[in-house]
Design a protein around this ligand. Structure first.
Ligand SMILES: Cc1ncc(COP(=O)(O)O)c(C=O)c1O
Length: 372
């Protein structure tokens, strides 16, 4: 096991426990700043950690812009004193009025949101203008994930013009997330990005030629931002999230995104050895995210030659030829395969510094509603 992960006294850690290694988090943030080419080119996504203290570590590293997926995350970030928060999500229904209340509650912070449809733009414009406020709206561009957004082209131009002339809205630029670009081969990923971005660059040029302001170009996640960072486009902001804590999935699939270390682990304990070849751990899918396939929801460190055979809500059952070495109470460290939903399963994380537990951080924005 990486010597960074050793904890001298684990007797106060309840398992399954989420561990945040503060120095590794700091180093991951510094590496992201380096790869982006400066803190001003980074708008890290908060959804990975949902934690005030990590927002503050990002701010200490010079980061002034933040990305979120939910209103609760936006409120948490604004409550840290952040001045620029993008909710990278279309705002619909009662969340339109909620956004006006959020803006009133945090007047020092400039908020921005996404839109990709006339109905969403109209509802937001109505809520904002009725309340006498103005919010920045980025047009969400679909470059192939087909999750949200509009393809670059004539419809995108019309929607951007609509945002520009709507009362209560300011045209805030383009949002270009490419979460489908998970090619493990670096050259293939780079080529896909080049092909997909060309029409978006053309769209940007067309908007500028029409005299429309395009102040931001928000692009990329962890596997793609080092490539995007090299693009020479005004207002470029890279928006990776996972890299702050990093995980087994990205670590094993994208070796070219180098220099990040998994900084969030799980401490689990053996609770039973039901057969001579089986070990049961207290690491069910209420403690580690179950979105990866059964056999690969986490990497157990220092357990040789094991296979996952079953996982329930509070149990992880593995088989290993060395099962008889283990006894109830024995501790195993695990790297989650998908760290973002794993973190959201825990109310608090143990903070580890210099091999010791030095505190607890609340995963504040795992709640859907804070104050607003
Ligand atoms: C809109 C958006 N931006 C940025 C990110 C961050 O990507 P990653 O987790 O690869 O760093 C995500 C991840 O889900 C996302 O949905």
């Amino acid at each position: 096991m990486n010597s960074h992960y050793v904890i001298r006294d684990t007797s106060q850690i309840f398992s399954p426990g989420l561990l945040f290694y503060k120095d590794l988090i700091r180093a991951n943030i510094a590496r992201a700043v380096e790869l982006a080419g400066g803190a001003e080119k980074l708008r890290p996504h908060v959804k990975t950690h949902k934690t005030r203290e990590i927002v503050r570590l990002e701010m200490e590293a010079g980061i002034r812009k933040h990305k979120c997926a939910t209103v609760a995350e936006a409120e948490m970030v604004a409550s840290c004193g952040a001045a620029d928060v993008l909710i990278a999500y279309p705002i619909v229904g009662p969340n339109c009025g909620r956004l006006t209340r959020l803006m009133r509650a945090y007047p020092h912070c400039r908020f921005a949101v996404l839109a990709d449809h006339p109905a969403g733009i109209m509802a937001l414009a109505k809520a904002m203008s009725t309340d006498g406020q103005q919010v920045d709206v980025l047009l969400d561009i679909d470059v192939g994930q087909h999750r949200t957004g509009v393809a670059p082209g004539a419809e995108a131009i019309e929607l951007y013009e609509m945002i520009h002339r709507s009362p209560g809205l300011r045209s805030g630029g383009l949002h270009v997330y490419d979460g489908h670009n998970k090619q493990e081969n670096f050259v293939e990923r780079q080529t896909a990005i080049r092909t997909q971005l060309e029409p978006v660059f053309n769209l940007r040029t067309a908007l500028v030629q029409k005299g429309l302001p395009v102040p931001r170009f928000v692009v990329g996640g962890t596997p793609t931002f080092p490539i995007h960072a090299r693009h020479d486009v005004p207002g470029l902001e890279c928006s990776p999230g996972t890299m702050v804590l990093h995980d087994h999935s990205y670590g094993s699939r994208f070796p070219d995104v180098a220099g990040f270390t998994p900084a969030a682990l799980l401490l689990t304990r053996v609770i039973s050895r039901p057969t001579p070849v089986r070990i049961t751990l207290d690491l069910g899918y209420k403690a580690v995210s179950a979105d990866p396939p059964l056999g690969n929801r986490c990497l157990l460190l220092d357990v040789p030659d094991y296979q996952v055979v079953l996982q329930n809500e509070e149990h992880l059952v593995i088989e290993s030829p060395v099962a008889e070495r283990y006894r109830p109470g024995d501790e195993i460290f695990a790297i989650p395969t998908h760290v973002c939903p794993t973190v959201a399963l825990h109310r608090q994380a143990y903070v580890i510094e210099n091999g010791q537990v030095t505190g607890m951080w609340d995963i504040v924005a795992r709640d859907r509603v804070l104050n607003v």
